[in-house]
Structures are given as C-alpha cells and as structure tokens.
Design a protein around this ligand. Structure first.
Ligand code: CP3
Length: 361
C-alpha cells in the first residue's frame, strides 16, 4: 500500500506561505529566509547540556531528545527553517559497517568497504524498519514547530557517504575512495548503487513522515574533476535527487568546492543549489542560470568576526543576490564550534532587516 505524500503547497492554496518554501520555489518573499547548516550543535549551550549526558548516537536514537535538539536553534535564533537532528552517516549502521564518533577524531567506520566482495555484501537500507527512530523524530518535530517554520530533512550525497564507507573515517586526499573508483570500477558502481538506493528510500520516507523540504549534503564532492563527477557520481546523485523531487517538496543540492561542478550538479537535480563561499554568489547563480534557486554562501568564519565586519559580509552576500526571488540565505558550509550564539542571532536579524526591492512581494 502506498501512502499519500504530503505536498509542499497545502490543498486549496496556490502557494506556500512560509518564506523559506516560497524562496525555494522562486516566489516573492517579505524578507530573505535564513537558516544555517549545522545550526544545532556544540556551539549552543542548550545542546552541550544534553550532550553532557548522552552521546551523539544516543541523542539520535531517542526521538524525544533528537526533536528537542532540532527545536533548540529555532527558539534561540529565529531562523526560517528547522533541520532534522541526525547525521549523514546513520544509514551505515543498518548496512552493518559499525559507526562510532570518536572523541577528537570524528566518525569512525569499523568495517570499511574496499573490495567488490565487500560491496556485494552491503544491503539496501529500508528506512521504515532500519531508521524508524529518525522518522519518529520528524513526526514529533512537525507537531511542535510553528506553522511558518518548515522542517528540512536530509541525507548525505552518495559520493560523500561512500567516501566515509571506503576510507573508514575522515580523509584529506580521498585516496582509498578514488583508488576504488579508478581501479575497481565494478566494486565502485556496486557500492554506489546500494548507497543511492538506500538514500532514495530514506529521503522519500522522510518526506512521507512530514519533512517539508530535503537537502542532499554532498559535502566532499568538490574533490572530483568534472569528468570523474559525471562518470562515477552524477547518475547516483541524479537517482536520489529525482526521486526526492518527485515527492513535490523542494530539494536542496549542496556541495563545497564545487565551482567547476555547478552545471553538472544542476543537471543531476535540485530545486535549490547550495553554493559555498569560494564562489561569489552572483557568479555561481550566473553559471547555474535564472531557473533555479540558490542557497548560501557566507563564509562560516564571518560569524567569528566583530559585528561591523559580520554586517558588511552579510550585506555583501545579500547585495550579490540582488533581491531576486529564489535566494535562501545560509553559510557556505556548517557553523563552526567556536561560534557565538549572539552573533548567529545578529546575522539572522541582519538578513531579515535587509530591504528587498518592491518587486519581491
Ligand atoms: O545541521 C544540523 O544542525 C543537523 C544535524 C547534522 C549533524 N551532522 C549533526 C552532527 C547534520 C546536517 C550533519 C551532516 C553531516 N555529518 C555532514 C554533512 C555536512 C558537513 O558538515 O559537511 C557530514 C560530513 C557529517 C559527518 C560528521 N558527523 C562528521 C565529520 C562529524 C564530526 C565533526 C565534529 O564536529 O566532531 C560528525 C558529528 C556530528 N554530527 C556532530 C553533530 C552536531 C558533532 C557531534 C557532537 O556533538 O559530538
């Protein structure tokens, strides 16, 4: 039996009211919507208080706690969207690879995948049974969020998730990942097929549970040349993005260091394309074309600067967006741990106070 999918636009209403959803759909807005990647986390005292008693994996295993952490930045910052509290690596747990977040080391995967045999043994993740706790978090958050603050679900991009599965953790040069890709293409494609189908199931299940937009975090895809992206990654990203877009909710396609990949990323799919700070926003939007929305792209380190410097940098991003419908303000990557909450709140106000041209609403 297939469940009915919730739509972005409520029945009987032509357009969504929430300014975040409107901007994703390139509709005029009363003020530029803003949220921050990694807006929940260690820079917030409320998060640290929960983290003092529970590990990251315990938090995401308990829907009540994960929902609370999801809501913390909404209350503290006044952002225009919530992002589900989870991690892009959760699906590797039901795949049987073992995941741990080691102190100071980041994620560690106990059984890295480095051969055709290992890739063949992986099973596709079924979200309802394998990641039901995450879907339950979505249901709780939806009940508690204000009506004008949509919930964003997410998963990792197939390349980024596969790179952790192959390396077994963080890496600088992605040498094991690229070695598998270049030297054992059958193993690479087997791995990517399983990851892409798992991510597709997971994202669609998140929308069914109530996520009103979704983001594909392909954080490390900028490690690839355009031709390697097209040959080894794009078909799998396309599979996930197209399935997510077919649900009707806006889909944000994000990566870093992607200046040379933007057209290929757009071609793979996305209602909104995420830009990092290395490319001026108007240049990135110019490459992508006017028929897609953009998200970004303040350098996260700007939030560590004195307020006048922060203001100038926020203004610069907004000026480059030029008040054109279809801009979602965000960082070019996640919030850093040393960020001051007051500065983040100040940035939200700066974005909301920015006068948009009359044509915007
Ligand atoms: O944005 C949000 O507020 C939602 C929550 C979220 C987390 N991880 C929680 C988390 C999201 C969207 C992610 C995505 C994620 N996870 C990405 C893609 C985005 C990016 O930053 O590039 C990646 C690559 C990961 C993998 C991951 N998870 C790493 C590399 C680390 C270690 C980094 C660190 O700060 O130690 C994590 C752990 C993690 N995921 C934390 C949080 C809040 C820190 C955990 C803690 O409290 O110890």
């Amino acid at each position: 039996m297939t469940e009915a999918l919730p739509t972005t636009v409520p029945e009987g209403q032509a357009e969504p009211r929430a300014r975040f959803l409107r901007a994703c759909n390139q509709l005029p807005v009363d003020a530029t919507p803003v949220w921050f990647m990694r807006q929940a986390g260690r820079y917030m005292p409320e998060y640290r208080a929960i983290r003092a008693k529970h590990t990251l994996l315990e938090i995401v295993d308990r829907p009540e706690l994960a929902a609370e952490v999801t809501l913390q930045p909404v209350r503290a910052l006044g952002v225009d969207a919530a992002i589900l509290f989870a991690d892009i690596l959760l699906p590797v747990i039901p795949m049987g690879l073992g995941l741990e977040f080691a102190q100071g080391e980041g994620p560690v995967i106990h059984k890295p995948v480095r051969s055709l045999e290992a890739a063949r043994q992986l099973r596709v993740v079924e979200a309802e049974t394998d990641l039901g706790h995450v879907l339950e978090t979505i249901r709780i958050v939806r009940r508690e969020l204000p009506a004008d603050v949509p919930l964003i679900g997410f998963c990792g991009g197939p390349y980024t998730v596969a790179s952790y599965m192959v390396e077994g953790g963080a890496t600088k040069d992605f040498r094991n990942t690229k070695r598998l890709m270049f030297s054992e293409p059958a193993a690479w494609h087997t791995l990517m097929r399983t990851v892409a189908t798992s991510m597709e199931n997971y994202l669609v299940a998140q929308v069914r549970a109530g996520a009103q937009a979704v983001q594909l975090f392909d954080s490390w895809v900028g490690q690839l040349s355009p031709s390697d992206y097209v040959d080894y990654v794009q078909p799998y990203s396309r599979q996930v993005l197209r399935a997510a877009m077919a649900t009707g909710v806006p889909v944000i396609h994000f990566g870093t260091d992607t200046a040379t990949l933007l057209r290929h990323m757009k071609d793979a799919g996305g209602t909104v394309i995420g830009l990092d700070w290395r490319i001026p926003l108007e240049r990135g939007w110019g490459i992508l074309g006017a028929d897609v929305a953009v998200q970004g792209n303040l350098d996260p380190v700007s939030l560590l600067a004195p307020l006048p410097v922060l203001r100038a940098r926020v203004d610069d991003v907004l000026q480059k967006a030029g008040g054109r419908p279809g801009h979602v303000f965000n960082l070019g990557h996640g919030i850093l741990t040393h960020t001051l909450v007051d500065n983040v709140r100040a940035a939200v106000e700066m974005v909301h106070e920015w006068p948009l041209p009359n044509t915007s609403l």
